[in-house]
Design a protein around this ligand. Structure first.
Ligand code: FAD
Ligand code: DLZ
Ligand code: SF4
Length: 511
C-alpha cells in the first residue's frame, strides 16, 4: 500500500498528521507551488517569499531524512496552477493506493479537498490538524448554547483544561488578567531591542527573484526581507524573543512608536501560522521563562493569553461559523477602501506609518492593526469584504482562519457583537496617548475645528451618530452616547456632514 501524502504551504511541521505512519519505502510526499494559492489575493511579496522558501527548505529537510518528496515549482512549465490539477498529475505519476492530507487552515481549501472525494477514485484521508490546543469539535462543544462568544470565558476554560499558569486550580498570581499593567505608553528614550533578522540564503534569493519577476504589481517591498524560512531560524527567533523581549512584552504591548514596528512583540506569527513553530512549544517556553524567574507574570500571562486565548478562539469561531460568517454586515458598512491603504500616502501620520511599516515588513503589531488601520476602516464604514481583502493581502501571517474573525468580528463589528462586546472604536486621544505619531502629524488630536482637527475625532462621533440605531443600546457605549444625546440635531448633522465630506474626498481603489 503506497500513500501520496500532500503537505500544504502552512503545514510545514515535522509532526503534522500527514506524516504519521509514513513508510519511506513506498510513500511519497507531495508539495506544490501553485498560482491558485499565490494569487487568490494579491499577497504581499514577502509573504509569498516566506511561504515558498519555507516550503522548499522543508522539502529538502524531508529528503535529507530519506523521504521521497515530489516538489512542483511555480515556474514548472507543466504546472497546472491548482492543488487539484497538481494532485491529479502526481496521482498519475505515483499511482498511490491512498491520498493523505491534514485538514487545511482555510474553508476555501477545505471545499477543494471535499471535491477530491468525487474526482479521484481513491480513498482520501483528511486528518484533523492536531497543532492547536483546542480542536474544532471541542470548541463547538464549548460554544454550544452561547448566543455570543467571549474570548475571556474561553481563555479561562483553556487555562483550566491545560493547567497552564494554574496553581492548585487557581490562576497563578491570583488573577486571570493583568491587562491593567499592560497598557504603558512608550517612554521617551527607550530603545527597542535589536531584532533577529536573517540574510536570505541561496534558496530564498532564488524565490525573491521569482516573486519580483512574477508578482511585480503585488503590494509591498522585498528589500527588507529578513524573515526566517526554516525551522532552525524560527527556533532562533523564539530564543531571541524569550531572551530579549518577553520580560517587557506585557508593559508595552499596546504602545506604538514611529519607525519601531516590532517593539517587544514576538514577531512569531508568520512562523506559527506556516507551521515552523507550534503553539505548544512557544507557550511552554514562555511559561518556563517565568518559572525560571526570567520574565514577570504580567508579561507571560499577557503572552499566553494571545496564543492559548486569542489564537485558539478566533480559529474556533472561524470553523464554527464559516461560510456564513463572512457575509454578515451588522453596521451596513459599504464604502470602498481608500487608495492610501495601498500607498501610505495620507497626511494622517498614524495611518501613514502603520501602512509604511506594513509595506516594508509585511508586519504591523496588534494595536496598529486594531486601533489605527482597523479603527479607521470601522469609523469610515469601509465594506467588510474590502478591508478583509486588504488584511489578507498585506501581512506575512495572514491566513483567512485567523485574519477573518480578527477583521470581520473584532475590528469591523460586522458580526454585530458575536465576538466583541463593543466595537473597538477610538478617537485621536487614544492614539495620542499610546503613540508618538501625533507629534509629527499635519493634524492635532486636541484641535476640534478647522483644517487641523484630527479626522479620527469627528469620524468617531459621526460613527456613533450614524450607527445609533444598532449601537446606542449597548451598555458599554452608554457614556459616549450620553454626550451625543446632549447635542441638538443640527450639531449632529454637521458632524456627520463633515465626516462624509472628508471621506468622500478620499480617492479609492488599487493605485
Ligand atoms: P504578539 O503581539 O507578540 O503576540 C504573540 C502571538 O499571539 C502572535 O504571534 C499570534 O500568534 C498570537 N496572537 C496575538 N493576538 C492574536 C489575535 N488577535 N488573533 C490570533 N492570534 C493572536 N494574526 C495573524 O496571525 N494573522 C492575521 O492575519 C491577523 N490579522 C489581524 C487583523 C486585525 C485587524 C487584528 C486586530 C489582528 C490581527 N491578527 C492577525 C492578530 C495579531 O495582530 C497578530 O497575531 C500579531 O500582531 C502578530 O505579531 P506578533 O507575532 O509579534 O504577536
Ligand atoms: C499562502 C500560500 C502561498 C502564497 N502559496 C502556496 C503554494 O504555492 N502552495 C501551497 O501549498 N500553499 C501556499 N500557501 C499556503 C496556502 O494558501 C494554505 O496552505 C492554504 O490557505 C490552507 O490554509
Ligand atoms: Fe493620527 Fe490624528 Fe494623531 Fe494625526 S493627530 S497621528 S491623524 S490620531
Amino acid at each position: 500500500m503506497s500513500a501520496l501524502r500532500f503537505i500544504l504551504g502552512d503545514q510545514l511541521t515535522r509532526s503534522i498528521p500527514t506524516l504519521h505512519g509514513l513508510d519511506p519505502a513506498v510513500d511519497t510526499v507531495l508539495m506544490v507551488e501553485v498560482a491558485e494559492e499565490t494569487t487568490y489575493v494579491a499577497h504581499h511579496k514577502q509573504k509569498i517569499v516566506l511561504v515558498l522558501s519555507a516550503m522548499r527548505h522543508f522539502a529538502e529537510e524531508l529528503r535529507a531524512e530519506g523521504i521521497a518528496v515530489d516538489y512542483v515549482r511555480l515556474d514548472d512549465p507543466d504546472n497546472t496552477g491548482s492543488f487539484t490539477g497538481e494532485l491529479e498529475r502526481a496521482a498519475r505519476r505515483h499511482l498511490p493506493d491512498d491520498i493523505v492530507v491534514t485538514e487545511p487552515g482555510e474553508h476555501r481549501v477545505m471545499q477543494v479537498i471535499e471535491g477530491w472525494r468525487t474526482r479521484f477514485n481513491l480513498p482520501i484521508h483528511v486528518l484533523p490538524d492536531d497543532r492547536f490546543f483546542c480542536s474544532t469539535v471541542a470548541f463547538a462543544r464549548w460554544a454550544e448554547g452561547r448566543r455570543s462568544y467571549r474570548m475571556e470565558n474561553f481563555y479561562r476554560t483553556m487555562r483550566e483544561r491545560t493547567g497552564l499558569l494554574m496553581v492548585d486550580g487557581v490562576p497563578a498570581g491570583g488573577r486571570w488578567n493583568f491587562d491593567a499593567e499592560n497598557r504603558r505608553p512608550w517612554p521617551p528614550g527607550l530603545r527597542p531591542p535589536e531584532r533577529l533578522r536573517f540574510a536570505p540564503d541561496a534558496t530564498t534569493r532564488e524565490v525573491i527573484d521569482l516573486v519580483a519577476r512574477r508578482f511585480p504589481g503585488h503590494f509591498g517591498t522585498l528589500d527588507a526581507f529578513g524573515w526566517g524560512t526554516t525551522r532552525t531560524e524560527a527556533l532562533l527567533s523564539l530564543d531571541a524573543f524569550v531572551a530579549d523581549c518577553l520580560p517587557l512584552f506585557g508593559d508595552y504591548q499596546d504602545a506604538m512608536v514611529t519607525g519601531g514596528p516590532f517593539l517587544y512583540h514576538a514577531t512569531l506569527s508568520p512562523y506559527l501560522n506556516a507551521g515552523l513553530l507550534t503553539a505548544r512549544e512557544v507557550v511552554a517556553r514562555a511559561v518556563a521563562a517565568h518559572e525560571a524567574g526570567h520574565a514577570p507574570l504580567n508579561a507571560v500571562e499577557g503572552f499566553v493569553r494571545q496564543i492559548l486565548g486569542w489564537r485558539e478562539f478566533v480559529r474556533g469561531v472561524y470553523w464554527l461559523r464559516m461560510p456564513e460568517y463572512r457575509d454578515s454586515n451588522a453596521l451596513g458598512a459599504a464604502r470602498a477602501l481608500p487608495t492610501f491603504y495601498w500607498t501610505g500616502d495620507t497626511a494622517m501620520n498614524c495611518l501613514h506609518h502603520a501602512i509604511e511599516d506594513t509595506k516594508h515588513q509585511a508586519y504591523a503589531h496588534h494595536i496598529n492593526r486594531l486601533m489605527v488601520t482597523g479603527n479607521f476602516a470601522l469609523l469610515a464604514g469601509i465594506a467588510p469584504a474590502e478591508i478583509e481583502d486588504w488584511y489578507l493581502c498585506v501581512y506575512a501571517d495572514a491566513y483567512e482562519w485567523v485574519e477573518l474573525p480578527n477583521v470581520h468580528g473584532m475590528s469591523c463589528f460586522a458580526d454585530g457583537g458575536l465576538m466583541a462586546s463593543k466595537p473597538y472604536a477610538g478617537g485621536g486621544a487614544y492614539i495620542d496617548r499610546m503613540s508618538d505619531y501625533c507629534g509629527g502629524c499635519h493634524y492635532s488630536p486636541k484641535v476640534k475645528e478647522g483644517p487641523k482637527a484630527c479626522p479620527f475625532n469627528y469620524l468617531y462621533w459621526a460613527f456613533l451618530i450614524r450607527n445609533a440605531p444598532v449601537l446606542q443600546g449597548n451598555e458599554r457605549l452608554a457614556m459616549p452616547y450620553r454626550t451625543v444625546a446632549k447635542w441638538d440635531e443640527p450639531r449632529r448633522a454637521a458632524i456627520v456632514a463633515k465626516a462624509d465630506a472628508f471621506l468622500d474626498g478620499l480617492p479609492t481603489g488599487y493605485p
